[in-house]
Design a protein around this ligand. Structure first.
Ligand SMILES: [Zn+2]
Length: 483
């Protein structure tokens, strides 16, 4: 039987954006406009469901004036309208409101599709009041080709002034290779277009001035960021291509993140029809356990402890003060440490992990760690750990016939005993370092390995039936006594 089609055909990888104050205002503005348009669509659909259909244009004016009618609470037939019709009406309304130049077609299309999914989720009959006036919390604003990764440190978002700082270097190797290929091709296109304009200008073509100036005004500042160091192609188990499918997210704290869509061109089959379980951590980036290939760990390679919270230098004292760009300085330092110390280790781990058809990872709740006073979230952000884990999860999502990845909730993974299964029995003793002893069966195990083994059992118990094999049982406790 062919596998069911995947909802989003793109492999998605996400990282933060660090906009300047001006850029943040522009992003906020765009975000607000899209939310207002959602509201217009929602009120329009509420009216239509209640039997009071009004043109979208009129509804937009009602919403702008704060005169939205109260939606009915009696179940009614939900409106049937194709995304295409809805988008056409919406395009006209945004034109009317003067917002069209701020919102590309990809953004409007994404909005309409997202709204369409919300309506569908309500079923064919529902209360008009159930149509929500705000997009869901995981709503992402489609940027499509309006966002470009122009360098390792910068993103261009059409309509946002200047380039936005962003740690693109955190992308896993195969994604970085795809971005470099895309940049080189884009650079070639711009160079060719400029060469034609230059030739015409130098030949005295009277029309060439305007064309040349327009080209340089639009793309001139990008050029130094585009030259990609090609380097020899790295042998890889997976090859990707960057699609024009970027999306913008806003976190509950109001920070922006961007995700890039990649197409998977090639993905070699896994070597082991087996499960590998990963416990993420700070001392070891991951501690892993398998049934037949043993266990191991990926050491944290950072040579600086708490390297992610470096102090910022004060402004120099003097007659002429140059404003300091701390964000840029922080990013360059992060890039240096990441490339030199973290990335080689993560890439090696990635090659190892991709050999396994099944992966179980503890889904560490960063908010929960923060509540316990642990600064694990900045560590994860600094090491790019979540980006790599997401990469593995996305590959499994897009290749469900051959691969699976299970996120395991973190509750009790360290405290429960992975040998006898007793709950919350692993005890810490003085001079035992990271070893724990089970109060029930007496087994002594490294804390992280115990967690990895628990993650293994839970992922195996949650195993999808889409794969033609099941994870083997873990061997009895291995002699793992040294730190
Ligand atoms: Zn036990």
């Amino acid at each position: 039987m062919p596998p069911p089609p995947v909802a989003d055909p793109h492999l998605r990888l996400r990282h933060p954006l660090y906009p300047s104050a001006v850029q943040r205002r522009a992003l906020d503005h765009r975000w607000t406009l899209v939310h207002r348009l959602w509201r217009v669509l929602a009120v329009h659909a509420q009216l239509e469901a209640s039997g009071h259909l009004r043109p979208l244009r009129e509804v937009a004016h009602l919403v702008a004036a704060g005169q939205e009618p109260t939606p009915g609470n009696v179940p009614r037939q939900m409106p049937h309208r194709s995304n295409r019709d809805r988008q056409q009406e919406l395009e006209a309304v945004t034109q009317d409101l003067g917002w069209r130049s701020l919102l590309g077609s990809a953004t409007l299309e994404g909005l309409v599709r997202s709204f369409g999914r919300h309506l569908q989720s309500l079923g064919s009959v529902a209360r008009p009041a159930a149509i929500v006036l705000e997009p869901p919390s995981d709503f992402a604003l489609m940027l499509g080709g309006l966002a470009r990764p122009v360098g390792e440190l910068h993103v261009e978002i059409v309509g946002i002034p200047d380039l936005v700082l962003a740690p693109l270097y955190l992308l896993p190797g195969p994604a970085q290779a795809a971005v470099r290929v895309w940049r080189a091709a884009f650079d070639d296109r711009l160079t060719a277009a400029r060469a034609v304009l230059e030739a015409a200008l130098l030949a005295g073509d009277p029309a060439a001035d305007a064309g040349y100036l327009a080209h340089i005004a639009r793309y001139g500042a990008l050029e130094p960021h585009l030259a990609a160091q090609a380097g020899p192609p790295q042998p890889s188990l997976v090859s990707l291509c960057l699609a024009e499918a970027a999306r913008l997210h806003r976190t509950p704290a109001g920070d922006y993140e961007i995700d890039w869509g990649f197409r998977v061109l090639d993905l070699l089959p896994p070597r082991h029809q087996a499960l590998i379980a990963l416990d993420p951590g700070e001392r070891n980036l991951w501690t892993w356990a398998t049934a037949h290939q043993g266990c191991g760990r990926v050491h944290n390679p950072l040579k600086l402890r708490r390297a992610w919270v470096a102090p910022q230098p004060a402004a120099p004292v003097g007659l002429i003060q140059h404003p300091l760009d701390h964000n840029y300085a922080r990013m360059r330092r992060h890039q240096l440490l990441f490339h030199a110390q973290v990335q080689p280790v993560l890439e090696q781990a990635l090659r190892h992990l991709l050999l396994y058809a099944g992966i179980g990872i503890e889904h560490t709740t960063l908010e929960r760690m923060a509540r316990r006073g642990l600064d694990y979230a900045p560590f994860v952000a600094f090491t790019g750990l979540r980006v790599y884990e997401t990469f593995l999860a996305e590959l499994a999502r897009l290749d469900p016939v051959r691969r699976a990845l299970i996120w395991v909730p973190p509750e009790g993974t360290s405290a429960d005993c992975s040998a006898c299964g007793a709950r919350r029995t692993m005890r810490y003793a003085r001079r035992e370092g990271r070893r724990r002893t089970c109060a029930s069966c007496g087994v002594r195990l490294n804390r992280d390995l115990n967690a990895a083994r628990n993650i293994y059992w839970r992922a195996a118990a949650d195993w999808p039936d889409t794969l033609p094999w099941r994870p083997a049982a873990l061997p009895c406790v291995q002699p793992w006594t040294r730190q």
